[in-house]
Design a protein around this ligand. Sequence first.
Ligand code: PLP
Length: 358
Amino acid sequence: MTPSQIVRSEILKTPAYHVPDAAGLVKLDAMENPYRLPPELANALAYHLARIGINRYPSPSADELKTALRQAFGVSQCFDLLLGNGSDELIQIVAQTVARPCATVLAVEPSFTLYRTISQLSNLRYIGIPLLASSYELDDASFLSAIAEHQPALVFLASPNNPTGNMFPLASVVRIISATPGLVVVDEAYLAYSGEAGLIDKLNSFDNLIIMRTLSKIGLAGLRLGYLIGHPCWIAELNKTRLPYNVNSLTQAAATFLCSHLTVLHRQTSLIIAERHRVACRLSSFSGVVVYPSKANFIFFKVENARTCFEHLAANGVLIKCLHSAHHLLENGLRVTIGTPDENNLFLDCLASFLGQR
Ligand SMILES: *Cc1c(COP(=O)(O)O)cnc(C)c1O
């Protein structure tokens, strides 16, 4: 007996999620906030965590953390929250919940690759609708006609989008939500870097809208905490797919504690936004580099030979993300996460040396 006789074919043909080894490299590949907590706050957090009884299971409902999140991020009592071990897990929960035979998931491409992977692993039919080739804007007409044709049970839409960095116009997103017969999950992983309010105000108008957020990209990637905001009737169903105790005690306690110290993270966000502007300006000054506008903590750009460029940077100690073979619209595309000013300068100097410019 071998795995190929037993394991589902979707799984056999799916590669495991690959995370490159970043040992010894400046890590600008994964949209992490480069700043740690200030030492005083880290010590206060440690003191707080030391009091948690890890002999006991976590709170299954995590009510204390939900209250803290509501206050910190302005979530009305009209809507419920569902917490996940990162928003990755929430994507899986939503997909599993709607995975009736022949149900369809729609998403734009290129976008976050787990929408496709998790949908397919959940036995859903996944259809990717290409963004416009030159701008990575939504192709409203083709997306709306795909909704009409496929009647999706679920739509995933990341805004700002990963890996392109742009935000989709509110009016287009609203049209998609109105036209979709199933759930629309708007993934606001990068909202903090956009300076915009996002879709939370639209929850009142649409009962098929779910907002997905995460603490990962604002500085707490190691905690693994994502949350959904939605109408109680939907959250109640999704909650049945969630494993008990999916958010561990230390994460619950740390996130609750940090919700009352968000100004520290907000200050880091501002530094990163200012750096994004500086890095984008310098990138735009190079010839042979096309820079795309970003509302996130990374910048998507194109060079003449992305793979060689990626390898030159890695050989010089800077790890970014090469997207060249990820999707045909991403040909010669690279994505750099905004780091500290020193890290960004190292990246820019390495790129300048690759391009033979200064
Ligand atoms: C990084 C990312 C996520 C996953 O975030 P986690 O909460 O760390 O699992 C979800 N959506 C998008 C668009 C992302 O870029």
